[in-house]
Design a protein around this ligand. Structure first.
Ligand SMILES: [Zn+2]
Length: 235
């Protein structure tokens, strides 16, 4: 357990794989309570018989109160993905960013875990945009993941106070990115996402990644769309 929600629900992280493995990965299944599909990926990951070649900390839900209520925000109405301490700004409405950075116990729990584990790779699941967000980490890894999961790689906005932007700045050399699952997620996509995580976790930092990125195999499914653009998504 890594912390509690505002309403006292436990926030749990399960270690899958070998804690001493050199490659460390964190997977967050759900941040916005009304975007719960990544929790299925998290469960599949923990139950998987395929042993990861990495230490993978799986947090099915960072926002158990929001999941219980079916709301984007936590029980204070805070959008946790605007509550992290990089470029935090006061925002209202559905993107209410809290009274200050890390004002919420859920974001503090994530920050503690991430600063303790210092993951090489972190994957944050959202819905419903059906893409992999080029979030500011190593673009080769983001592209590799988008190929494996079969979703286009697109650069969305970098939101103030977002978790992935904070990580990509706080832990230089590491990669954190957002996966936006579609609104309706079939079991086949859950299995593909799980397999993609296990594959990328094993490849991370290995010379094989470079080999897999040779021209011809690295076709960008977006055809380059999104490069340098600043599209407003739901994030
Ligand atoms: Zn979201």
């Amino acid at each position: 357990m890594i912390g509690h929600s505002v309403r006292g629900r436990p926030i749990v992280a399960t270690l899958s794989g070998d804690a001493t493995a050199p490659e460390r990965v964190v997977v967050i299944g759900c941040v916005h309570g009304d975007e719960p599909a990544g929790m299925r990926v998290a469960r599949e990951l923990v139950a998987s018989a395929r042993l990861p070649d990495a230490a993978i900390w799986v947090v099915p839900s960072l926002n158990p109160d929001g999941v219980a209520a079916g709301t984007r925000g936590n029980a204070h109405g805070v959008d946790l993905n605007r509550n992290f301490p990089f470029d935090w700004q006061p925002l209202g409405g559905l993107e209410y960013s809290g009274t200050h950075a890390l004002s919420e116990p859920e974001s503090r729990a994530a920050q503690r875990l991430i600063l303790r584990v210092k993951p090489d790779l972190t994957i944050w699941f959202h819905q419903p945009l059906d893409l992999v967000d080029r979030s500011g980490g190593d673009p080769m890894i983001e592209r590799r993941f988008s190929q494996l999961i079969g979703l286009p790689l697109v650069r969305l906005s970098r939101y103030p106070g977002s978790a992935s932007s904070w990580q990509n700045h706080a832990l230089p050399g590491s990669t954190a990115f957002v996966v936006e699952l579609p609104s309706v997620v079939r079991g086949e996509l859950v299995r593909r996402a799980t397999s993609a995580i296990l594959t990328v976790a094993g490849e991370y930092g290995s010379p094989d990644v470079g080999g897999a990125m040779t021209p011809g195999s690295a076709a960008d499914p977006t055809g380059g769309i999104g490069i340098g653009l600043d599209i407003q998504p739901g994030g």
